[in-house]
Design a protein around this ligand. Structure first.
Ligand SMILES: [Zn+2]
Length: 452
C-alpha cells in the first residue's frame, strides 16, 4: 500500500497499468516493482523520488522479434549496437532470432556460442529463440532445456543458406516434437508454391513488382497449413510478422475454436503503405511485404479486436550496400528497433487508440508470448522495474544519424513522428535518457517456466 521498503519511487500523472492509465507512484526495491500507490502518497523514508510530471510511464517494451546477426554477420548488426538502439527506444527486453548469425541457433552448442558472444555486451535483457531446420528435430528438446524461448521455422526460403525452410512433412514432425515437450513454434508464414508461381521482381525498381512477387495468397495458404497442423497436433503456434489481412478470418476462427495460435504484426505494416514507396527505395523491402493502405486498415482492426496479439519490430538490418535499388536483389529487412514505439503511437493516436493499447501490444502480449508474463511487460507489483518514460505529445523528425543500430538505414528517415522516449529504466536502473544510453545493465535471459 505504501511501498514500504522502496528504494526508488517513480511518479507520473499517466502510469500505464494493466487496468489503464492513472496518476500514480510506482515503488521499486531490488529491481522489482513493489507497489503502485496513489499519486499523492508520500514516498517511504529514504526512497529516491523521480517525478516525471505528465510524461507517461509505460512498461519497458518487450520486442520478441529482433535479428542481431551476431556472431557471423556483425557488419550488419551486433549485440552492443542493437541493444543500445533498443534501450534508447524504450525497449527493455529483446529476443534474438536464430538466423542471420553464423552459426544459427539450431543446436545447444550454437546457443552457447551466442550466449558467450552476447555476455557483457547487452544494454537490455536479452533472450534467444532457437531454430527448427531440416535435420535438427533431435536437437529441439535439448535446445528447449538449454533455455531458448521457442523455435522459429520458415515455410519458404529464409534468404540465408544456413537456415533452410521446412517442407510440410518436416514442419509436422518439428511441430509434433515441440508440442511433445510443451514448447512454442513460431513461423515465417509464406507458402513457397505461391511465391514460386508469382512473377519475380528481379531487376525491377518498382515496388508494385515486388508486391506482386509476394502475394497475399502465400500468407493465407501458409497460415491455413499452420492452423491445420496446430489443430491436429494440439500444438502451440505463433505467426510471425503478419502482413496480409486476408489471414485474419482464418486466425479468428482458429482461436475461437480453441486452436492455440497467436499472431504478431510490425510497426512498418501499421504505419507505411505500398502506395508511398518510391521507385528503388529498397529500405522499404521486407518479406512478407508492406501492403496497401486498405490492408493496413484491416490490420489495425485485427489488433483492436484481438485477432493480432503483438506488435514487434522484426528489426532486420544489413549493410547499406545490400539495399541496392533492385527489389529482387536487395536484402529484405527493415530496421526500426529504436523507432517502433513512436511510429506505432503516431498511427494509433491518429486512429483514436490509447497508450494502454500500445503497451498491451508492445509489452504485455509479447511478454506473455515468451512466457515472461508476471516478470516483464506490465507495471504491476512483482514485475521487473522496467519502464519507458514517454512524452506522447512531443514530435520529432527521424534523423538516421541519431539511431544507434549499426547501419542506420531506415524506412522512417525524414518522417515526423509523435512521441519521444525520455528515459528507459531496466530493473530499477536508468539506462537511457534523451536518446543516449547511459548504462549497460542487460542480462541474458533463459526461458524459466512453461509458456502459458
Ligand atoms: Zn524476422
Amino acid at each position: 500500500m505504501t511501498g514500504a521498503g522502496a528504494e526508488l519511487v517513480l511518479r507520473s500523472t499517466r502510469v500505464i497499468t494493466p487496468e489503464g492509465a492513472r496518476a500514480a507512484c510506482v515503488a521499486v526495491a531490488d529491481g522489482r516493482i513493489t507497489a503502485v500507490t496513489p499519486h499523492d502518497a508520500p514516498p517511504p523514508p529514504g526512497a529516491r523520488l523521480v517525478d516525471y510530471g505528465d510524461a507517461a510511464l509505460l512498461p519497458g517494451l518487450v520486442d520478441t522479434h529482433v535479428h542481431i546477426n551476431d556472431p557471423g554477420r556483425t557488419a550488419w548488426e551486433g549485440f552492443a549496437t542493437a541493444t543500445r538502439a533498443a534501450a534508447a527506444g524504450g525497449i527493455t527486453t529483446v529476443l534474438d532470432m536464430p538466423l542471420n548469425s553464423v552459426p544459427p541457433t539450431t543446436t545447444p552448442a550454437h546457443l552457447a556460442v551466442k550466449r558467450d558472444t552476447a555476455a557483457g555486451r547487452v544494454h537490455v535483457d536479452t533472450g534467444f529463440w532457437g531454430g527448427a531446420v531440416p535435420g535438427n528435430t533431435g536437437d529441439l528438446k535439448s535446445l528447449h532445456e538449454a533455455g531458448v524461448f521457442g523455435f522459429k521455422c520458415f515455410l519458404s526460403p529464409s534468404g540465408v543458406e544456413e537456415f533452410p525452410e521446412l517442407a510440410p512433412d518436416e514442419l509436422a514432425a518439428a511441430m509434433a516434437e515441440i508440442a511433445g515437450f510443451g514448447g512454442l513454434l513460431i513461423a515465417h508464414a509464406e507458402d513457397p508454391g505461391h511465391l514460386a508461381a508469382a512473377p519475380p521482381a528481379d531487376g525491377s525498381v518498382r515496388y508494385a513488382d515486388f508486391l506482386a512477387s509476394r502475394p497475399p495468397a502465400a500468407e493465407t495458404e501458409a497460415v491455413a497449413l499452420l492452423i491445420r497442423l496446430a489443430r491436429r497436433l494440439d500444438a502451440r503456434v505463433h505467426v510471425l510478422h503478419l502482413s496480409s489481412a486476408d489471414t485474419l478470418p482464418l486466425i479468428a476462427e482458429a482461436k475461437a475454436s480453441g486452436v492455440r495460435i497467436t499472431a504478431e504484426t510490425c510497426p512498418h505494416f501499421l504505419t507505411l503503405t505500398a502506395e508511398e514507396v518510391p521507385d528503388g527505395a529498397t529500405e522499404f523491402k521486407c518479406c512478407p511485404p508492406i501492403r496497401e493502405a486498405a490492408n493496413q486498415d484491416s490490420l489495425w482492426a485485427g489488433l483492436a479486436d484481438g485477432v493480432i496479439d503483438c506488435v514487434v519490430s522484426d528489426h532486420s538490418p544489413c549493410t547499406a550496400d545490400l539495399k541496392v535499388p533492385d527489389f529482387g536483389a536487395a536484402w529484405g529487412g527493415i530496421a526500426s528497433l529504436q523507432l517502433g514505439l513512436p511510429a506505432v503511437w503516431t498511427a494509433a493516436r491518429a486512429r483514436g487508440l490509447g497508450l494502454p493499447d500500445v503497451a498491451r501490444w508492445m509489452a504485455t502480449a509479447p511478454a506473455q508470448l515468451a512466457g515472461l508474463a508476471g516478470r516483464k511487460g506490465a507495471i504491476a507489483p512483482g514485475h521487473d522495474a522496467d519502464f519507458a518514460v514517454f512524452d506522447p505529445e512531443a514530435t520529432f523528425t527521424v534523423d538516421p544519424a541519431a539511431l544507434h543500430h549499426r547501419n542506420p538505414v531506415t524506412a522512417y528517415a525524414g518522417r515526423t513522428l509523435r512521441g519521444v522516449v525520455l528515459a528507459t529504466w531496466l530493473r530499477g536502473r536508468r539506462t537511457a535518457e534523451h536518446g543516449q544510453v547511459t548504462e549497460r545493465a542487460g542480462k541474458l535471459l533463459e526461458r524459466t517456466a512453461p509458456p502459458t
